[in-house]
Design a protein around this ligand. Structure first.
Ligand code: GLN
Ligand code: ZN
Length: 765
């Protein structure tokens, strides 16, 4: 009989209750100077959220609730603690409570002595960040936390059938990092497996029947050595009494299908949205008596499932007639917002087309029922789903003739009129900048005052002219500060923007902003991705007035500041009825028009930020080329409609660029600013291997830290840069926007930065 489950559920709660509870707890800890604050309130909130989320799963008719997906900060960090591999550098003594150690690893120790926070990185191609496990040759493992077992007991006491979830041992090692040279973290596997065995047998003792073992790295190019470690690992893990459901998600298994199907586990979960093409092979190779969990409801997007389509996939020959099929979401619902309930201001038609986590649970229930009892049993739901499909084909598509315009565009749209050398000469003449020109990345500190003005305007508590005046005052303040700092190229400071993507989403047609659509990014931090629901177009200028106002206050050039098409795409929920490349190109045309309007308004330098470009790379390298080709092309469509003497900047951060340097060069921006000051200057190595052709500003100070770098420090960095990049190409700038910083720090750091540029200029002549 067909059963149902989900790989995981969001943790934050409907009103982000976990966020508030965490932040209250952290505040009380830091003001008691690291003393062990009583964590009862936080623990109680965790318990309340788990029980509410299990109740929703049960109500939707799932056959198991999932236990072990909850975390106060991050599920990978839960494993670091459970497996007893907390880094020794924290120097924890046995009397330090588990939760205090946990948050010290996540956020740095509050006593200021014992260790910096562990680093974070993106969870596959999502916007969720996990804490990276640290490994040394001497790393030993032991079962060191009871948390999972007590959560299992909690669920059992509430009367739930429990499926526990663990991050599998191979993925756990793969996703971590070696902290010593010359050793391979895979060599730790033999020491790790006994601890997993012990956990499995403890779960069995607790009466758990199924354990989901997440091994998402099976969807990456992990190579032969890692791939072959799976049979050893699972050979040792089977036979602990519990049944194992091996779960993979986020991409197709591709050439790993045969290996996966040979593993000695009792069930297999696959992502049937992104890995649908694997299904025929899996049906052939995966034994019929074993469980096959088909993740058919998209856990990475927010569109209602097209039930007819989903059911036809499930009814493909050889699938649903198997004795042991489960239906599920493709992956954990962690990556979608909680529920649509709070979206009271949303367009009703759009809302009808969406399903957030809670609504997805119901969809899984409906699919299960259709497979068990036939379509007649869910006729109402099927009808509603068909209406949705109809709605989405309606006037959101082609409403602004965007596609026609794209089809008509000639060959010249994606390159500049003249090669860089010609442009550079014209731009130098026009702007007359000194060597080592100084600039910033866009935003200046977003003070409490700025935020409260924006909020009041949004609430309707402030009229438009007062709002405009307040923002203009902020802009004027930023311009005056830059003037006295002596920077060369100014910015307006972005006070009117809460977020670099949401701001544009609010002004573009075809995109919507949600009210409560929060998704966890890391720890207590959540983001609210906009929804791209139709053809994207620009009803009118978006940034021109603010920029023009800023420019009117100074003789120095003020950079127009835009977010690029790939980043807008990457940080939104995107239509699933159109190719991403096409949606990105629509956005590109809208940005191109904005660029042109800025240019016509006399703005000579325009920056188009693309921090999302690198992270949009597909999980499998075989698909990189195709992605990079269209991503770079849409950037050029956005940026290339300008005169030769208009200077285009771009900015990228949070990522390693070494492997895509030629593609970044193919963007042909006149100037690129990059994050570099934190990455141990890895970036610079990239530049000695690849000669970047245009101008470039590798960040000289880390804006993520309140520390103010000295002049000497920045000079030293610039000198090293000048060793691999020709000094005529170099710009001097921080490595990202300054919105999270305090003005005091910013002024000190920027004045040192300007001084360091002057030192460099002197040394040159
Ligand atoms: N212009 C943006 C800012 O300064 C860029 C932000 C980013 O790269 N993430 O805030
Ligand atoms: Zn940045």
């Amino acid at each position: 009989m067909v059963c149902s489950h989900i790989p995981g559920f969001p943790r934050m709660g409907v009103q982000r209750e976990l966020k508030s509870a965490l932040e209250t707890y952290w505040k009380s800890v830091s003001c008691t100077d690291g003393s062990f604050h009583d964590a009862d309130d936080l623990e109680a909130m965790g318990k309340r959220l788990r029980s509410a989320h299990w109740a929703l799963q049960k109500k939707a008719g799932l056959d198991w609730v999932t236990v072990g997906d909850f975390a106060f900060y991050d599920h990978v960090l839960n494993h670091v603690q459970m497996l007893g591999c907390e880094p020794a550098r924290f120097g924890f003594t046995p009397d330090v409570p588990e939760l205090v150690r946990y948050f010290a690893m996540a956020r740095g120790a509050t006593d200021g002595k014992s260790g910096q926070a562990m680093s974070m990185t993106k969870w596959f191609d999502t916007n969720y960040h996990y804490i990276v496990p640290e490994f040394l040759p001497e790393t030993a493992f032991s079962l060191s936390s009871e948390r999972l077992f007590s959560e299992v007991r909690e669920a059992k006491a509430l009367g739930h059938a429990v499926k526990a979830v663990l991050l599998g041992p191979v993925s756990f090692l793969y996703l971590g990092r070696e902290k010593a040279e010359g050793f391979d973290r895979l060599s730790l596997l033999p020491g790790l497996l006994p601890v997993y065995r012990r956990i499995l047998s403890r779960l069995h003792d607790e009466g758990v029947e199924w354990v989901q073992m997440d091994e998402p790295v099976l969807g990456l190019d992990i190579g032969e050595k890692w791939l072959s470690s799976f049979s050893r690992a699972y050979g040792e893990l089977s036979g602990q009494g519990v049944k194992l459901l091996l779960a993979t998600y986020f991409s197709s298994l591709d050439d790993h299908v045969a290996e996966v199907c040979s593993l000695p586990v009792d069930g297999l979960h696959i992502d049937a949205v992104r890995g649908r093409k694997d299904l025929p092979d899996i049906l052939r190779m995966w034994p019929e008596e074993k469980i096959l969990s088909v993740g058919i409801v998209d856990g990475r997007n927010i569109w209602k499932t097209d039930l007819d389509k989903a059911l036809s996939v499930l009814r493909m020959p050889g699938l649903v007639e198997r004795p042991n099929v489960w239906v599920s979401s493709s992956c954990s619902l962690l990556h979608v917002p909680f529920s649509l309930e709070g979206e009271t201001a949303m367009d009703e038609r759009l809302k009808q087309c969406l399903a957030f986590a809670v609504e997805k649970l119901d969809e899984i229930g409906v699919i299960r029922q259709a497979l068990r009892q036939g379509d007649g049993a869910v006729a109402g739901a099927l009808e509603a789903s068909r209406q949705t499909v109809g709605l989405r084909k309606g006037d959101w598509v082609h409403h602004a003739g965007v596609m026609e315009r794209m089809a008509k565009a000639g060959d010249g749209v994606d390159h500049r009129h003249s090669p860089f050398g010609v442009r550079q000469r014209l731009q130098r003449k026009r702007f007359g900048l000194p060597a080592f020109p100084t600039t910033t990345i866009g935003s200046f500190p977003q003070t409490a005052k700025i935020r409260s003005v924006r909020a009041a305007f949004k609430r309707g508590a402030m009229n438009e002219s007062d709002y405009t005046k307040a923002m203009q005052d902020e802009i004027a303040f930023c311009i005056a500060e830059q003037e006295s700092l002596g920077l060369d190229v100014f910015v307006h400071g972005e006070p009117e923007r809460n977020d670099m993507v949401e701001y544009f989403a609010g002004l573009l047609d075809g995109m919507a902003i949600t009210f409560n659509g929060w998704v966890q990014s890391y720890g207590s931090r959540c983001v609210k991705p906009p929804v791209i629901y139709g053809d994207v177009s620009r009803p009118g200028a978006m940034t021109v007035e603010w920029t023009k106002f800023a420019q009117s206050l100074t003789d120095k050039p003020v950079k127009g500041m835009l977010t690029g098409p790939v980043t807008i795409l990457q940080w939104s929920f995107v239509r699933d009825d159109e190719k991403r490349s096409v949606v990105a190109e629509q956005i590109a045309w809208a940005i191109r028009d904005e660029v042109r309007d800025l240019e016509n308004a006399g703005i000579g330098i325009i920056q188009i930020d693309e921090p999302g470009l690198r992270e949009g790379l597909p999980l499998r390298r075989a698909q990189w080329r195709e992605y990079l080709d269209w991503a770079c092309r849409v950037f050029r469509i956005a940026s290339c409609g300008v005169r030769d003497d208009t200077q285009i900047h771009t900015h990228m951060c949070y990522a390693e660029f070494g492997d895509i340097m030629p593609d970044i060069a193919s963007l042909d921006a006149d100037v690129i600013t990059l994050e570099a000051s934190r990455g141990d200057m890895d970036l610079l190595k990239g530049f000695s291997d690849f000669r970047y052709p245009n101008e470039i500003g590798p960040g000289v100070y880390d804006i993520h830290s309140p520390r103010v770098p000295s002049v000497d420090e920045m000079v030293a960095l610039l000198q090293r840069m000048a060793g691999v990049i020709s000094p005529e190409q170099l710009w001097v700038n921080p490595d990202c926007g300054l919105k999270t910083r305090q003005w005091r720090e910013v002024i000190e750091a920027l004045s040192n930065m300007v001084a360091s540029a002057k030192v460099m200029r002197k040394a040159m002549c």
